[in-house]
Design a protein. Sequence first.
Length: 152
Amino acid sequence: MHEELDIHPIDELAVSGIAALDEKISGTYSPEVWEQRVMYYIRRDPEGSFVAESAGEVVGFIFGEVRSGEFGLEQPTGWVEVVAVDPDCQGQAIGRRLAEAMLGRFRELGVARVNTLVSEQREGLTQFFTSLGFENSDLRSLTLDLSPGQSR
Ligand SMILES: CC(C)(COP(=O)(O)OP(=O)(O)OC[C@H]1O[C@@H](n2cnc3c(N)ncnc32)[C@H](O)[C@@H]1OP(=O)(O)O)[C@@H](O)C(=O)NCCC(=O)NCCS
């Protein structure tokens, strides 16, 4: 990347760039969904989720929050919930820098443990978190299918 990277807390101005980047990755353009998500995370902590911009373009983002008393975890726990980097800019430490910004915020807030959930199909994402120091945890993810014909 030749342009300087600007990493800063998310704001409403970033919504269109975030939706465009998600469309590039997922193939679906959902600006209303991303506006709601951005507003949710700003309400949770205006300094807690981050966007990376280069030459005025959004090239990555990371959303997360701190929760206490949920999942039987009494201590404040950081959760990394969404991370994405522009496919044209991957492998340039943008994801790492976004994560470091979020982990720095978690430390400021007294968080001692950070969790995330990764699909077993997303080996690259698992390796990304592993390279940041994440390890297998003793939390087990469980799921229940409520779609018609599946519920008990
Ligand atoms: C996973 C992702 C965030 C990584 O971002 P990135 O900027 O390319 O990652 P970085 O360059 O900061 O890499 C940091 C480390 O993770 C490793 N890593 C990143 N992606 C990897 C992959 N796909 N496979 C293996 N290792 C990977 C790098 O090798 C690097 O390790 P090192 O520092 O020990 O050498 C990015 O590839 C991505 O956005 N993937 C799509 C995720 C997605 O679909 N998100 C939407 C729903 S949440």
